[in-house]
Write a protein that binds this ligand. Structure first.
Ligand code: ZN
Length: 283
C-alpha cells in the first residue's frame, strides 16, 4: 500500500475547549514521508511540532504536544484518530492557537471533512508497525494498557464508571473505516458535573458546553438529546486510543487492550513498545 495525503487544503473552525478562543485549523497536503506535523501560525518563529508520542508533554485532560520552542498544540487525539482511519500519512496542520477546536467533542466533524476530501496517492510505500511481542504498561492503581501481536488492528476497551447510566461498558472489535464512521467517530467526550464545576473554577473549559461533551450528574444525563450511540462513553475512549496510537507515526498491526486506561497509559505504552526494537517490526 502506498502513502496518502490530501489533494487540497481542508479548513475547520471552532472553539478551544479550555481557552474558549476561536481556533482555526487548516489541514494541508504534504510530501511523502513528511508525517503528521503541526504548525502554530501565531508563533511564526517556532519550529514545527511532529505529531509523535515523543512530543507528548501532557496527558491529563487530553493529549498535548510541545517542542523546544514551547509551541504547544493540545487536544490532537480526535483529529489524529480521523487521520489514521482515513489513511492520511502526510499532512501539515496549521492552527492559530494552542488548542485544536473541540468541535462537537467527538471525531465526527474531522472524519466527515476528511471523508469528503479527495485523497492523493503518493509514490512511497506506506510503512506499518507490526507488533511482535506483547508489551504492556500498568499504572500504580493496577490499570493496564497492552499491545499484542494480531493480524489486524483491533481494540478491546473496558470502563467502569460509578454513574448507573454508564456503569461497566466493553468494546471489542477490529477498527475498520465502517465501524469507525458509525460506532466510534460520533462518540463525544464525557465528564461529571462536579469535574466541570471544578475545572471552571480554575479557569479551564471556557469553551465547554453540552454541545461538545456528555455531562453526567450522578445517575442523570444532562444532555437533553441523550446518547448518540449505545455505550458512547467506552467508544469515546476507543476514539482516544486510535488517535493516541497514531502518534507512533505508523498504522499499527496488533491488538490493543485497555482496562480503565486513558491518554497517559496510551503514551506510556508507546514508550515501552519503542524501548526495545525486538517488540515490533516496521514493514
Ligand atoms: Zn477524547
Amino acid at each position: 500500500m502506498r502513502q496518502q495525503s490530501l489533494k487540497k487544503t481542508i479548513m475547520l473552525k471552532g472553539v478551544g475547549l479550555h481557552s474558549g478562543l476561536e481556533s482555526e485549523l487548516k489541514i494541508h497536503p504534504a510530501a511523502e514521508n513528511f508525517g503528521i506535523v503541526f504548525k502554530r501560525v501565531d508563533m511564526p518563529q517556532a519550529a514545527l511540532v511532529k505529531g509523535l508520542y515523543t512530543n507528548v508533554v501532557d496527558t491529563r485532560n487530553c493529549t498535548c504536544l510541545s517542542n523546544a520552542d514551547k509551541a504547544v498544540v493540545s487536544t490532537i487525539e480526535h483529529l489524529m484518530a480521523a487521520l489514521s482511519v482515513r489513511g492520511i500519512d502526510n499532512a501539515l496542520i496549521e492552527v492559530n492557537n494552542p488548542e485544536l477546536p473541540i468541535m462537537d467533542g467527538s471525531g465526527k466533524m474531522f472524519y466527515d471533512a476528511l471523508k469528503a476530501a479527495e485523497i492523493e496517492t503518493q509514490n512511497a510505500e506506506r510503512k506499518q508497525l507490526k507488533v511482535l511481542k506483547k508489551v504492556s504498561f500498568t499504572d500504580d492503581k493496577g490499570n493496564t494498557a497492552s499491545l499484542e501481536p494480531a493480524d489486524e488492528f483491533s481494540v478491546h476497551m473496558e470502563i467502569d464508571f460509578p454513574s448507573k447510566i454508564v456503569g461497566h461498558q466493553v468494546f471489542d472489535a477490529p477498527i475498520t473505516p465502517e465501524i469507525f464512521a458509525t460506532e466510534i467517530a460520533p462518540c463525544r467526550t464525557f465528564c461529571e458535573k462536579y469535574q466541570v464545576d471544578y475545572l471552571r473554577s480554575i479557569g479551564l473549559i471556557k469553551g465547554g458546553s453540552l454541545d461538545n461533551a456528555i455531562v453526567l450528574d450522578g445517575d442523570t444525563l444532562l444532555n437533553p438529546d441523550g446518547f448518540r450511540v449505545k455505550e458512547e462513553c467506552v467508544k469515546h475512549k476507543v476514539l482516544d486510543v486510535i488517535g493516541d496510537l497514531y502518534t507512533s507515526g505508523y498504522q499499527i498491526i496488533g491488538r490493543f487492550e485497555g482496562i480503565k486506561t486513558g491518554h497517559y497509559h496510551n503514551n506510556e505504552l508507546l514508550k515501552v513498545l519503542f524501548s526495545d526494537k525486538s517488540n515490533y517490526e516496521i514493514k
